[in-house]
Write a protein that binds this ligand. Structure first.
Ligand code: BT5
Length: 253
């Protein structure tokens, strides 16, 4: 693509008309492939969200892709790559002049509805990430009819929000360009704060009440901040708590 300006990410792309899940496939080959390999599919038949949830991925309507990386980082830093991914996608989508918010840890919303989800997975040893897979799903030209009834209430697409038909190839390249910029910079500085700043400034959650759903309990708390480690800081009835991504589901009240 003439739009791709990256140094290495997406120089090799495996492209599929249909696949079960780009993340499932990427994970299966990630230990033995080049850094920066990207898997792209027109359709996923078993698209996945977190915690076994489903990601609806209709044919030629969205960007369903996975980036395979081999960063020299401990597993405890993996969640920071989700922050980098979300902030870089935010930056890319800004040009559409719509109201974009980042919902910690892995969602991007337009006008309060979900347009993008990120699924970061890894193969790791105790102290080392062997390979990391960043799955990105973006509803681009999806129309209301493509969503099921549940999703029409909570999901949207660039098409629905802007009224325009969008070039998915160009947008894919722009996302990879932006992501690589942030990623290379982060690897050299190891400083997540500039990206956290983007997440904080455009947070869908800060100062809002959310329902927190853990495996054994459910409660309402006010989101106060996202700390410098990327944890969500909440005020639970006067008690300040920190939440790691992955351990909670959040519902806006
Ligand atoms: C996510 O999970 O948001 C991560 C989604 C990652 C998808 C990409 S696509 C490429 C790669 N290959 C994969 O198989 N996955 C990645 P989570 O936070 O658990 O959100 C899942 C929830 O979002 C579902 O339970 C639905 O409520 C909702 N959802 C499902 N499909 C959606 C869609 N197309 N748009 C908006 N929301 C959706």
């Amino acid at each position: 693509s003439p739009f791709l300006k990256t140094k290495f990410i997406g120089h090799d792309i495996l492209y599929y008309e249909s696949i079960d899940s780009t993340n499932t496939f990427a994970k299966s080959i990630s230990q033995n492939c080049k850094d920066g390999l990207v898997i792209i599919a027109e359709e996923q038949t078993k698209g996945r969200g977190r915690l076994g949830r489903t990601w609806v991925s209709p044919k030629r309507k969205g960007i369903w892709m996975s980036i395979i990386l081999h960063p020299n980082l401990p597993p405890s830093e993996a969640h920071k790559l989700t922050i980098i991914t979300a902030s870089s996608i935010y930056n890319t989508l800004c040009k559409f002049n719509v109201d974009i918010k980042i919902k910690w840890p892995n969602d991007i919303l337009i006008n309060g509805k979900k347009i993008c989800g990120i699924l970061t997975e890894m193969n790791a040893e105790l102290n080392h990430i062997n390979s990391l897979v960043i799955g990105i799903g973006i509803n681009v030209n999806t129309e209301v009819e493509d969503f099921n009834e549940e999703l029409t209430k909570i999901a949207t697409s660039l098409r629905i929000e802007t009224g325009k038909f969008i070039d998915r190839k160009k947008l894919t390249a722009e996302i990879l360009n932006n992501f690589e910029d942030f990623y290379i910079d982060y690897l050299s500085t190891k400083d997540i704060r500039p990206y956290l700043e983007i997440v904080r400034k455009n947070s869908a959650l800060i100062n809002k009440y959310v329902e927190i759903i853990k495996p054994n309990e459910k409660y309402i708390a006010k989101v106060v901040d996202i700390d410098d480690d990327g944890q969500l800081v909440i005020d639970n009835d006067g008690k300040i708590e920190k939440l790691l991504s992955g351990e909670v589901s959040l519902h806006n009240m």
